[in-house]
Design a protein around this ligand. Structure first.
Ligand code: ATP
Length: 454
């Protein structure tokens, strides 16, 4: 990232680039939008898929101790009773009586937690950040689960919740996974999928949405290995952060104090990042003890213990380490890190320096002229590269310089120029996004040249 670009200016530039180039659009835009909802466009979906696929490779397929699931989004509502979400998944909220803004009390400057005060918060020292008045209602807890109804009758018996996290399915399916895969401890279950939260203050682009995606792992262990496994997963998360190209100086690993942790967690580390709007959470890592499985045992009446096939005396409720990753925040951070501006050919150049594996388009094929003698074989080359499983863009409009700029702006690592010499020498020029160096490569070698550098 250009070091001079860190503040709100960077966010504005990124949001505008996302819209202009088809990474991310405001949701439902032709109907005036839907507050804080976002649609991933043609480049955004490629970027997001590349991130999810690499995560799955690193955390599931390349390890012998992990399996995946893809569970239903709507679960039996008893799940959320068992976890405590129905009773306590809430944020303290207050309404400004003057301007009717609904505000999160814990974000309100001057608000202090006070068990003796009405609603558990003393807000006498706080001012409304919207209108500046000091006239608030009583702080109340507001449940963040979104609800819908299943079936034709819409009453309280048909209420189901949109899952507020993907994690619970790994506990609910634990017994099935154990029985069908004959795993031994330690092992983990991973899932990537949508989650929904009726956030009171969504915002900062895709940082806080009401509909978002998570990549989560529940790693089942014996209690005595918890400290060692926690360190292992912290390290695995750091390796992932390096893989997606995050500068270590913008990361903070914050050990959450006992009073700020969920009561069942024995250790939590928040991975925080210096966003242009401040230092905030990117990922979380928690040692959740045997809390979840025990709760599901109690509420479902099922035996969720692990019996060691090699030692029948060992029958335990496993403990759990939970690394939790937001897909959208990963994408946001990857884009913030990738955004660079420099000068090329005396012009300002915006270049998204994505790691090559992440780039939505891997190679652009650019005939030097629209003339058929170049454009016909260039299209054929583009198709050959697509068939070699490369994401290809073909572009023949405007000057070659402009076309390079367009590709730099979406982070395409390689531009292949098909020129008049190609007709006689059967070779093309390949330009590298970062060094802007050009090499001449014979057409039959192009696919290999590019694939071997991704
Ligand atoms: P925050 O403190 O920012 O609200 P959280 O602690 O509630 O986050 P978790 O419940 O730990 O978040 O969720 C795991 C991960 O899911 C987060 O680290 C984040 O990457 C992502 N996430 C959570 N809420 C949202 C949201 N509203 N929009 C986008 N991503 C989210």
């Amino acid at each position: 990232m250009a070091e001079n670009l860190r503040g709100p200016e960077l966010m504005e530039k990124l949001v505008s680039l996302c819209k202009r180039r088809g990474f991310i659009y405001p949701g439902s835009e032709i109907y005036g939008g839907l507050a804080n909802s976002w649609d991933y466009g043609p480049l955004g979906v490629e970027l997001k898929n590349n991130i999810k696929q690499m995560w799955w490779k690193m955390f599931v397929q390349r390890r012998g101790d992990m399996v995946g699931i893809d569970a239903a989004l709507l679960m039996n509502p008893k799940v959320w009773v068992a976890t405590g979400h129905v009773a306590t998944f809430s944020d303290p909220m207050v309404e400004c009586k003057a301007c009717h803004a609904r505000l999160r009390v814990d974000n309100l400057e001057g608000a202090v937690m006070d068990a003796g005060a009405e609603g558990g918060w003393n807000i006498s020292g706080a001012k409304c950040p919207v209108c500046g008045k000091k006239d608030f209602g009583v702080p109340r807890q507001f449940n963040m689960m979104l609800q819908t109804h299943l079936g034709p009758v819409q009453d309280e018996t048909s209420v189901v919740y949109m899952r507020p996290e993907t994690a619970q399915a790994m506990f609910v399916d634990f017994k099935n996974v154990l029985e069908t895969t004959r795993r031994r401890l330690p092992f983990g279950i991973a899932q990537i999928g949508k989650a929904f939260r009726n956030e009171i203050t969504p915002g900062n682009f895709i940082f806080r949405q009401r509909e978002f995606e998570q990549m989560e792992i529940e790693y089942f262990i014996r209690e005595e290995e918890s400290a060692e496994q926690f360190e292992h997963w912290l390290d695995a998360m750091k390796k992932w952060l390096t893989k997606i190209g995050v500068a270590p100086e913008r990361l903070h690993f914050v050990d959450i104090s006992e009073e700020d942790r969920a009561f069942y967690s024995k250790r939590t580390v928040d991975v925080e990042y210096d966003y242009p709007f401040g230092q905030k959470e990117l990922y979380g890592l928690a040692y959740r003890t045997d809390y979840d499985l025990s709760k599901h045992e109690q509420h479902s009446g099922q035996d969720l213990k692990f019996t060691n096939p090699d030692d029948q005396k060992e029958k335990i409720v496993p403990h759990v380490i939970e690394p939790s990753f937001g897909v959208d925040r990963t994408l946001l951070v990857a884009m913030l890190e990738a955004y660079h501006e420099d000068i090329a050919d005396n012009e300002l150049r915006i270049v998204m320096r994505f790691p090559y594996w992440m780039a939505p388009v891997k190679v652009a094929v650019l005939p030097l002229s629209k003339k058929e003698e170049l454009s016909v074989p260039a299209r054929m080359l583009a198709q050959q590269l697509r068939e070699a499983d490369l994401a290809v863009d073909y572009d023949e409009t405007q000057s070659i310089g402009k076309r390079y700029r367009r590709q730099d702006e979406i982070g395409t690592p390689f531009c292949v120029t098909y020129d008049f010499d190609t007709i006689t020498d059967g070779a093309v020029t390949i330009r590298d996004r970062d060094t802007m160096e050009q090499v001449r490569v014979a057409i039959p070698d192009v696919a290999h040249y590019i694939s071997s550098r991704l």
